[in-house]
Design a protein around this ligand. Structure first.
Ligand SMILES: [Zn+2]
Length: 104
């Protein structure tokens, strides 16, 4: 079960964008990297193509290591590590280690 999912809000705690917050746009579990809106921007020089005549510089989010972010708890709004709790029904929920609230 993934600790961080698409749509989560996270805080960057390491790297160039330390201190920034953003929404998770994509998760790559295999390489343990994620894309966060507005974080890890890379610029690429794009050659003109038939579809895009202008070319020029394209800015887009690059992946950052999953370990560089903390989830911002939707319950208490604090950055936290994520734990898990299992309900009687067997359903597994994520748990905020700051306030102890489960969510999902
Ligand atoms: Zn919390």
């Amino acid at each position: 079960m993934k600790k961080i999912r698409k749509g989560d809000k996270v805080k960057v705690i390491a790297g160039n964008d330390r201190g920034r917050e953003g929404d998770v746009m994509r998760v790559y579990p295999n390489i343990e990297r994620i894309i966060v809106k507005g974080v890890g921007i890379i610029t690429r020089h794009q050659r003109p193509t038939q579809r895009q005549r202008e070319g020029g510089i394209i800015e887009r989010e690059g992946t950052i290591p999953l370990s560089n972010v903390l989830l911002i708890c939707p319950e208490c709004d604090r950055p936290t590590r994520v734990g898990f709790t299992v309900l009687e029904t067997g359903e597994k929920l994520r748990l905020c280690k700051q306030c102890g609230q489960s969510f999902d």
